[in-house]
Design a protein around this ligand. Sequence first.
Ligand code: ADP
Ligand code: MG
Length: 307
Amino acid sequence: MENVSESMKKWMDQNNQTAHYIELMSDVYRNGDVVQFINDHRDELDEDHIDRSAAKLYEYVTEKRKLENGETTFAPGYEPHLIMSNHLIDVAYAPTKETVAREKMKSEQRRLKTISMPKLVKDASLTEFEKDENRVLALKEALQFISAFEASPRTYHQGLYLYGSFGVGKTYLLGAIANQLAHDGYSTTMVHFPSFAVEMKNAIATNNVADKLEAVKRAPILMLDDIGADSVSDWIRDEVLAVILEYRMQEELPTFFSSNLSMAKLESEYLTVSKKSEAPLKAKRIMQRVRFLAKQVEMVGQNRRPN
Ligand code: ADP
Ligand code: MG
């Protein structure tokens, strides 16, 4: 597409200083931004400079007007600014406020990675989190984590182990924490653990276990949602869960959990179900890692699920 000032230049060559041109330019020189810019740069601009910048000034005024009228501009998503360049006036294009906001939103979305998580996490927000007396404690813990973590993201911070009955808002709160962290520039991976376990089992056939496991275990912030909701196999417990938690403990990476089970029940009812004699010991080892990584916080309240 031909730039406005180029077509203006061509047009001027053909119709140099005609009445029409003078009329066009008098409109340009009356424009408030143009007057202001010339005034602000009076000491650098003489009449000759201003004359030689006419095409650029015309471009500025035209594009700005199109933008204000919602018409298609030369550079959609960008707005014109007058700048000084080599003693002449030039037009630079910078992203509009809307473009900046949209870009920011996109990069925020990129910072939240989810595996099989319900849609509700995308819109979960701490400010909309309804804090009745039961849930206020969990919210306080969440806010404490965020402020401590953001004050020193390189040092170790214990995550939260949110537990309580079905529908109290555990997943919602994890999502709200993750969204706040994404807004503030930190990446989180949220994993629905029972679905991830199925995915991992299927990955054996396609030889993808290691890659999938790596991506999850190295997440800067990891949230394992609904742990304890399925029945765990020895393989998932030892080759998936234990591996993730071991790595996160060694690397001191923030890790969150949500569960219907308290930590004590997670150990006795989930991790120890296998009949093998080694199961209690393995369960104990995993629980040591869970306790190191996360602080247990109970969430009580009514079931909020609509149905
Ligand atoms: P849990 O993970 O504890 O089973 P969820 O986080 O899935 O519970 O929440 C259950 C339902 O309640 C969801 O539909 C969720 O959108 C809604 N919900 C939970 N907490 C809030 C909240 N603070 N504000 C609005 N809706 C909420
Ligand atoms: Mg949940």
